[in-house]
Design a binder for this molecule. Structure first.
Ligand code: THU
Length: 160
């Protein structure tokens, strides 16, 4: 028997002002997109913005439903938009942020497992890393160099 460690490297910025201009613009786009969230049930707004290789920024926000299992995560919404609008575009970076009705979150939230798997599929498909930026309502920004970093020990189609 031996043990292995599967890890993730995260760069931590103290706040959004420490980001470069391009990353700050992307995170600001996500913050603006929080207003597109439809989240009357959870009171938890999530928005995701992506920077494409054509320079365009697209955004999406979570869309809830009284039948809870139908809720759409922000990441899924923006990825579907990319696929529909620019099926051949590559995503350079994705920024995710939140706003909770209950508290001011000063730490980033991580995309849920289903979103991580979906983001990873996009990254593998485009054969180029997608940088990930995560932020709470205020405070630190986490940066990861690839979607793979969000999902260590991931399942992918390479063995199918
Ligand atoms: N949510 C997202 O939009 N993305 C995630 O990665 C995690 C959760 C949404 C779904 C639901 O509308 C609300 O956050 C609370 O779970």
């Amino acid at each position: 028997m031996k043990k292995i460690t599967v890890g993730t490297e995260i760069s931590v910025f103290e706040n959004i002002d420490e980001l470069n201009t391009s990353d700050k613009a992307l995170m600001n786009a996500a913050t603006e997109a929080l207003e597109k969230s439809y989240s009357p049930y959870s009171g938890f707004k999530v928005a995701a913005s992506v920077l494409l290789d054509n320079g365009e920024i697209l955004s999406g926000a979570n869309q809830e439903n009284a039948a809870f299992s139908l809720c759409l995560c922000a990441e899924m919404v923006v990825l579907s938009t990319v696929s529909s609008k620019y099926p051949n575009a590559k995503i350079k970076k994705m920024a995710v942020t939140i706003k909770s009705k209950r508290q001011v979150l000063d730490m980033p939230i991580s995309p849920c497992g289903a979103c991580r798997q979906t983001i990873l599929e996009f990254e593998l498909r485009q054969e180029e890393n997608m940088k990930i930026l995560l932020k709470g309502e205020v405070g630190a920004v986490y940066e990861m160099e690839s979607a793979q970093s969000l999902l260590p020990l991931s399942f992918d189609g390479s063995k199918l």
